[in-house]
Design a protein around this ligand. Structure first.
Ligand code: NAP
Length: 433
């Protein structure tokens, strides 16, 4: 029997568990450990609540969780309740699938002013992550700035713009929908430090901005390259840029504006005790690189959301690549019997499906080193249960998640799939603990 621990129950963790279960059949016990009492990581806490079709992939993960040899162990923070070294003592291999839940810093003056939040915090707030339930982002001003030109920036701008009715069928949590309903926001400015041909936004997500009930996207035609230059773009990017070209004639009848401000690099955030404006330097392109022109201007904002990428959480004893925001690894291998998959391995890029080959590759490496039918003499789950018991840590199981899920479905607003329970105490009291 082989014993494997996977740390993190988001997409990368589940794809790895699926691949290991396939490689070993009944010859392996696979523990999917999560610090939260509930599974699915990015699917539950990252994917936008109005993108339910993307979240549907959790049905596949559910089948993995219920397959032979796989066990979900929630409410166990690796690095706190148990160390990676201890896991290596208990399991034949340990795979870090933590994702990249930390915000990268902007590195500019004023970024710690009240009103400046990272996208992990802001997205976590509207998605019911317990760490951000009390974020209370300031929605009392008329202007917000979203920094970055990736899909997360689009998610944030869209969520800030939607009306209550447009959230029908979404699992946005009640505290967020109520706060957004009372928002005074009128202008959301998306700052891109480079130009329309350098965006990291995909066409479907960009196209959604054109169909909002109360908001209209705006692009300054002067920022767009000559149309002929679009021919050299790869097809997806060409479609995205076509959407931007469609945004040059905003609909003045809609009360909110989503303004694309290209060639705009934030240099500092200013305000009396809270964010009031972002000071931006106009840039120009030198090849694909943005260089400053020295020209500065102010963009008003009481709320600033930086959507500039994420980093994996450093864990004691695990080598870390600061630049990449991930664990230092070579093709997924960090050290003897210790691996990383998904964003923990590659850094925060790619779609959910990109994590599948990662998991398969690492499972193949493990299976090559520890052939099916071999036994490493490790204690596995029994050893972990004893260690956690001695520390007074009470893990949750997949059956516990089923109980929570049923209660969330029962509590849903009309038309919504669920109303998420947000706090540890809510989850654990529901389980009678
Ligand atoms: P991302 O795609 O890497 O975009 C980050 C953006 O931040 C880029 O526009 C980047 O500009 C900008 N940026 C970085 N540092 C900056 C700085 N110091 N100042 C100003 N701008 C800065 O990251 P993301 O949006 O967080 O998305 C992460 C991954 O999740 C991506 O693969 C994304 O496609 C995926 N995702 C997908 C969906 C979906 O499919 N619906 C939704 C959300 C996220 P430069 O290009 O100039 O560096």
């Amino acid at each position: 029997m082989r014993h494997f621990a996977i740390v993190g129950s988001g997409p990368a963790g589940f794809y790895t568990a699926e691949a290991l279960a396939k490689a070993y059949g009944a010859g392996a016990a696979i523990d999917l450990i999560d610090k939260l009492p509930v599974p699915y990581g990015l699917i539950r806490f990252g994917v936008a609540p109005d993108h339910q079709s993307i979240k549907a992939v959790s049905r596949r993960y559910e089948q993995v969780a219920e397959s032979e040899g796989v066990r979900f162990i929630g409410n166990v923070a690796v690095g706190e309740a148990v160390s990676v070294d201890q896991l290596l003592g208990l399991y034949d291999a340990v795979v870090l699938a933590t994702g990249a839940p930390h915000d990268r810093a902007l590195g500019i003056a004023g970024e710690n002013l009240p009103g400046v939040v990272g996208s992990a915090a802001f997205v976590g707030w509207y998605n019911g992550h317990p760490d951000f339930a009390d974020l209370d982002p300031p929605l009392d001003g008329e202007a917000a700035v979203v920094i970055g030109n990736g899909n997360v920036a689009l998610d944030v701008a869209r969520i800030l713009s939607k009306t209550r009715d447009e959230f029908a069928g979404a699992d946005i949590v009640n505290h967020a929908i109520d706060a957004l309903d009372h928002s005074r926001l009128r202008t959301i400015t998306l700052l891109g430090r480079r130009g329309p041909h350098q965006i990291a936004m995909t066409p479907k997500e960009l196209g959604e901005l054109g169909h909002l009930a109360a908001a209209s996207p705006e692009v300054d035609p002067g920022d767009l390259p000559d149309e002929g230059a679009d021919a050299a773009l790869e097809p997806g990017m060409r479609k995205s840029v076509a959407h931007l070209r469609g945004f040059v004639a905003p609909d003045a009848a809609r009360p909110k504006r989503i303004v694309f401000d290209f060639f705009a690099r934030p240099v500092r955030i200013e305000g009396e005790g809270r964010a009031e404006r972002v000071i931006v330097e106009r840039t120009r392109l030198d090849g694909a690189r943005a260089v400053g022109t020295g020209e500065e201007y102010a963009v008003p904002a009481r709320l600033v959301v930086s959507c500039i990428g994420y980093a994996a959480p450093p864990i004691g004893g695990v080598p870390y690549d600061q630049t990449g925001g991930r664990y230092a690894n070579e093709e997924g291998r960090i050290a003897d019997r210790l691996f990383a998959v998904g964003w923990a391995r590659r850094g925060p890029s790619g779609t959910i499906g990109t994590n599948r080959p990662d998991g398969q590759e690492v499972a193949a490496q493990i299976a090559a080193a520890m052939p099916e039918g071999s036994d490493g003499g490790k204690a596995g789950h029994e050893g972990l249960a004893a260690l956690l018991g001695a520390r007074g840590v009470h893990p949750t199981s997949f059956d516990d998640w089923r109980t929570i899920e049923a209660a969330e479905v029962a509590a849903a607003r009309a038309g919504a799939p669920r109303e998420k329970f947000v706090r540890h105490t809510d989850w654990l009291s529901l389980l009678g603990r």
